[in-house]
Design a protein around this ligand. Structure first.
Ligand code: AMP
Ligand code: MG
Length: 491
């Protein structure tokens, strides 16, 4: 009786359906306790939506769970096996520094993975220490929650603890664990792992599990695996369009960092583009610009082709026909992506209906932004609020001509200027997590244990379409620098 009451009070309601897949897809693991955990941040609204009790999560027992010192009721800790193409090269991977505690079934009956990231070694760790440091975990927390605020499908961040232990990188850094929440952690790389190392029956078990979990509406009368491929392509086309529309650069779009659910995952060297330039790359290891802003749709299609290859034995008994089916579906990606993107950029310009010339109007603006080094987010913000005085771009004749064409375009649609303005407000964020503001928040957090700057930033980022006065401060650009901004695959 007492036990049951405790379960109800904590709110944990875990299932472990992934553990019921064939054994080769995961390893059962023990937790790796840490010496003195300290709760740095807890996501109250996310905790509540998961049905978890905040007071309990903030207690020593709750913190012990975020630290990997204690498993929550109903947990069966596992590390997941996967593979992936990293910068084009196929490798065996797996959760080398993460543990899946289980799947929380929420009061609304939704299922979310609860994963500890930075929780110590697993059978997949290879040479790594399985640990994570505070800066990169805070960075993932900030960017993933910013993405959520922007309305972009993403894994989320429930909590961060420091471990009280140092982690050796180039220097000694504070160890930290992020509790990540995801619709699932099934990746393109999970299917690549199955395709390479499992039987077709096991691959089918993974595909059936994925359909049931993420695409339960798929009609199994037809070949369900063709429909699975179509649906994954659709979700990725929608996701990547959303990234492009806000200037998000993932930075490491390896196939192990692409989910089957269509959520953004694995925030490593990601960052938001400031001045509009399709060639923008931030990641220090992306020396050839494989994952540059403008390449993201092409890379997504490449990753999806790897996904389609894994499904071939399920698409058709005849390999040639299976390849034909896969190619046809992959060929659709660009059209789907482009349709999503055009729709989104029309909205950013306050355009409701479709005209064939819209693409030219849009391309012309983007070319001018590129030519005059205009900040991507702030250009659309200035167009929204008609504050066309603060950028070089706006003083050029070329822009003035474009502006006239744009106004004529708006005049040709039935909707009023007011509704156009509202559409633009709803489609153009007041702020993005600007690199210098993120760095500033991380610096005082890591060096001074002062989390107030980060909390203010997170608060401003939570409602980017509200256009509140206190958000204005976050749209200012960093002072000009000769050094390009660089990000690192922080571990
Ligand atoms: P990521 O860069 O987070 O996408 O990770 C790529 C691969 O490297 C995954 O298999 C991770 O589990 C593994 N990995 C990253 N950091 C560590 C670490 N500190 N210890 C062990 N494995 C790691
Ligand atoms: Mg990864």
């Amino acid at each position: 009786m007492i036990n049951r009451k405790v379960i109800n009070e904590t709110g944990w309601n875990l299932d472990n359906s992934y553990s019921r897949l064939p054994n080769l897809f995961f390893s059962n693991v023990n937790l790796n306790p840490v010496t003195s955990p300290n709760l740095i941040i807890l996501n109250h609204s996310l905790a509540t939506s998961l049905g978890l009790n905040i007071q309990y999560l903030e207690s020593n027992n709750g913190i012990a769970i975020f630290a990997g010192n204690r498993a929550p009721e109903g947990s069966l800790p596992i590390a997941q096996a996967y593979a992936g193409h990293q910068f084009g090269h196929f490798t065996k991977l797996g959760d080398g520094r993460a543990i899946l505690l289980g799947e929380q079934i929420t009061p609304q009956n939704n299922r979310f993975d609860i994963q500890l990231k930075g929780s110590g070694r697993t059978p997949y760790s290879r040479r790594g220490d399985g640990r994570a440091t505070l800066g990169p975990m805070l960075r993932e927390y900030i960017i993933s929650e910013a993405m959520y605020g922007l309305g972009i499908p993403t894994t989320r961040s429930l909590a961060i603890v420091t471990t009280g232990e140092s982690v050796i990188r180039e220097t000694e850094l504070p160890g930290s664990i992020l509790t990540r929440v995801a619709s699932s952690h099934i990746r393109v790389g999970t299917f690549e792992y199955a395709s390479q190392w499992s039987t077709v029956e096991d691959l089918k078990a993974l595909a059936d599990y994925t359909i049931k979990r993420h695409y339960p509406y798929i009609d199994s009368d037809e070949n369900p695996y063709i429909l699975l491929l179509q649906e994954v392509i659709k979700r990725q086309a929608s996701l990547i369009a959303k990234w492009q529309l806000v200037g998000f650069i993932h930075g490491v779009m390896n196939t192990d960092n692409m989910t089957i659910s269509g959520e953004t995952i694995d925030y490593g060297p990601c960052a938001f583009m400031d001045k509009y330039d399709p060639a923008t790359v931030f990641s220090s290891i992306d020396t050839h610009g494989r994952y540059a802003y403008g390449n993201q749709p092409t890379i997504a299609a490449w990753n999806l082709a790897r996904f389609a290859e894994t499904l071939l034995p399920l698409l058709d008994g005849n390999q040639e026909r299976a390849i034909e089916v896969a190619q046809k579906e992959i060929a659709d990606f660009h059209k789907l992506y482009r349709n999503n993107w055009i729709k989104g950029i029309r909205a950013k310009l306050g355009i409701f209906n479709e005209e064939s010339q819209d693409e030219f109007l849009i391309e012309e603006l983007l070319n001018l932004m590129n030519k005059y080094n205009a900040d991507y987010t702030n250009t659309f913000l200035a167009l929204t609020f008609d504050t066309l005085d603060n950028m070089d771009l706006f003083n050029t004749e070329e822009f003035k001509n474009w502006y006239k064409k744009w106004q004529e375009r708006l005049d040709r649609q039935q909707e009023s200027k007011d509704s156009s303005h509202q559409l633009m407000k709803d489609s153009n964020p007041a702020l993005i997590p600007r690199n210098h503001r993120v760095e500033e928040a991380l610096e005082v957090a890591v060096e001074k244990e002062d989390y107030t700057v980060m909390e203010r930033l997170l608060h401003a980022l939570s409602k980017p379409y509200a256009h509140l006065p206190e958000q204005a401060d976050y749209s200012t650009l960093p002072p000009p620098s000769n050094e390009p901004y660089r990000t690192f695959c922080g571990t």
